[in-house]
Design a protein around this ligand. Sequence first.
Ligand code: HEC
Ligand code: HEC
Ligand code: HEC
Ligand code: HEC
Length: 132
Amino acid sequence: MRKSLVVTGIVIAALVFAMPTLAATATEAPEDVVIDQCMAKKSAVNFPHAAHFELTECTTCHHTNEGLTAESDMEVPSCASCHKDPEAAETPDCAQMSLSKNPYHVSCVTCHKESGVEAAPTKCDGCHPKAS
Ligand code: HEC
Ligand code: HEC
Ligand code: HEC
Ligand code: HEC
């Protein structure tokens, strides 16, 4: 009894530990995503993922997944798996406030500004809604 409990505990611990490294594949691409893995000072960002598929290529954002399409069975690591507490100092850190350094700001805000489309938020509150 005791022993099986311990074993169960170890199995659960291993599963929980392994969880964040399990990457989804392209066909499991979520419709909407709440981006919150780097959250500290600002609120989580609601991201209409699928709505962006017709605006640009998958690889514009998933820049390490060469050849990624909606049909591929490629595993897609989360941005945060590389950009949160990055190992190399030159890898941009997603905990940065700066519009020119945070990788999300560089990717999301730059395109929104360049698009000139009013529905594409460029102000802080447009992506990080204030707590009501
Ligand atoms: C187009 C959307 C967008 C806009 C506009 C935007 N951000 Fe962000 N920002 C993000 C995303 C996405 C993240 C990553 C959030 C996460 O992973 O928790 C982020 C992360 C951050 C972070 C680091 C995480 C945290 O919670 O501390 C700060 C600070 C931040 N933004 C501040 C700002 C400020 C200040 C502005 C306005 C000058 C701004 N952002 C405008 C999308 C945006
Ligand atoms: C405009 C940027 C952008 C585009 C275009 C985009 N994605 Fe994403 N995708 C993201 C972000 C941001 C996330 C979630 C945040 C993260 O990865 O931490 C995400 C998450 C995913 C995930 C889940 C990853 C995981 O392990 O949780 C998959 C799978 C995925 N995208 C596949 C695709 C495919 C396939 C396409 C093209 C059809 C695509 N994405 C286009 C930005 C984008
Ligand atoms: C496998 C690791 C990895 C993943 C996953 C990853 N990145 Fe990166 N990213 C890097 C590294 C390393 C760099 C710095 C070297 C380079 O530019 O390739 C970088 C650079 C960037 C830059 C350039 C920043 C600048 O100042 O020019 C942006 C923007 C960016 N990443 C956004 C994203 C977004 C958004 C996602 C998720 C949709 C993502 N990255 C997923 C490793 C990764
Ligand atoms: C390649 C350019 C591009 C990139 C990269 C991009 N966006 Fe957008 N985004 C747009 C455009 C264009 C619109 C306006 C779409 C429309 O008019 O339907 C938009 C709209 C949005 C909206 C508003 C949707 C609505 O209907 O209210 C949000 C929120 C958003 N983007 C978040 C993000 C976040 C967060 C990222 C980075 C992870 C990102 N976007 C990356 C081009 C981009």
